[in-house]
Design a protein around this ligand. Sequence first.
Ligand SMILES: Cc1cc2nc3c(=O)[nH]c(=O)nc-3n(C[C@H](O)[C@H](O)[C@H](O)COP(=O)(O)OP(=O)(O)OC[C@H]3O[C@@H](n4cnc5c(N)ncnc54)[C@H](O)[C@@H]3O)c2cc1C
Length: 383
Amino acid sequence: MLDALELSAIPEAAQGLRAPVRTFLDEALAGRVTDRLARSWMGFDAEFSRALAARGWVGMTLPEAYGGGGKDAFLRFVLAEELLCRGAPVSAHWIADRQSGPLILKYGTTRQKDFFLPKICAAEAFFCIGMSEPQSGSDLAGLRTRATLKPDGWVLKGQKLWTTNAHLAHYMIALVRTSGAPEDRHQGLSQVIVDLSLPGITVRTIGDLTGDLHFNEVFFDDVLLPHDALVGEEGAGWAQVTAELAFERSGPERIYGSMVLFDAWLQHLRSGPAASPADVALAGRILAHLVPLREMSVALTAKLAAGHSPVIEAALVKDLGTELEQAIPNLLAEALAADPHIARPEALLRTLSYVLQVCPTFSLRGGTREILRGVIARGLGLR
Ligand SMILES: Cc1cc2nc3c(=O)[nH]c(=O)nc-3n(C[C@H](O)[C@H](O)[C@H](O)COP(=O)(O)OP(=O)(O)OC[C@H]3O[C@@H](n4cnc5c(N)ncnc54)[C@H](O)[C@@H]3O)c2cc1C
């Protein structure tokens, strides 16, 4: 699949990473069924993450001094493409690799960097993101979880919701109120690193439509955090989170959510009698959307590599990317149903069923479509 998309200006040095990653994945993923592969960055496999880390493929953009690869964002882009298009189970280390590590590198104290970054690069510390709350999803600035400064440290009280992997992660980076009231909106918010093994924390898993258990509600009942749990400046949490969301929204994972399914469908077409003209036209239509989207994602990577924080551009690429990710399973379902007399492989149908059920979440996680369009409109000066 990726060979058909080699149109973008990714530096040659980064392209060189593809072959070793493909060789590694051939062995590591051998025998895994397609609907398991389709879970990819929803698939938690700590052993797989550690095998990647052993090859230097976790924390690639973090400095070598912390055990990272010291590489630019293009190498990470190539690695992410290879992993996602093959359906590698990257969920265990993904959040730390993508955003918690870069956040700690940018805003953390020397002690925080020395402690957390080597563990992230070794896939020994997995992170989750504590932003959403029961009354504050889109309206994130209205959150109510509060950390109060006491002589012994910060006392954390409140609740987070929809926290992916909180039941399996070691740490959460939570956005909390440290001063003022919810009405103060962006003022008085801060980010804290929460060790999820501390007393006073209850994690309850919530099943999704497919039956998978990945997100949670997390309760903080007067949890005592050390003073240095604070990341960055007290009260500057909103600006930090906005920069973090550029990392969260810009990556290729906002394009390739249905790629294992698309690939399985193409393989099915190739393995049977000649594909129908309608199927060929559909494959072309999907690729025609995919190629420019990938170009945009590469352009965003260039901005990240140059040290910019492309918040508005990332919102645009995520919005367009998730639209395609959601369209693919629906288009393929129609194509596969067009002739009920043709036998379809069970693995393909199982994969289609999974992606059809999970795809509504693509435009919710990381900020909903409506919220992203508001960000884009504001960025264009239209709001
Ligand atoms: C698979 C998945 C994983 C997630 N993982 C995490 C995680 O790890 N950490 C975390 O913190 N959160 C996570 N979330 C939560 C996610 O960020 C929120 O679901 C999302 O921000 C929407 O918030 P909400 O669910 O409260 O919906 P609401 O904010 O109540 O929105 C409901 C609907 O109203 C629309 N809407 C709301 N406000 C406006 C407005 N001003 N203008 C126009 N339309 C509006 C929304 O677009 C949406 O369609 C995850 C969600 C999913 C689906």
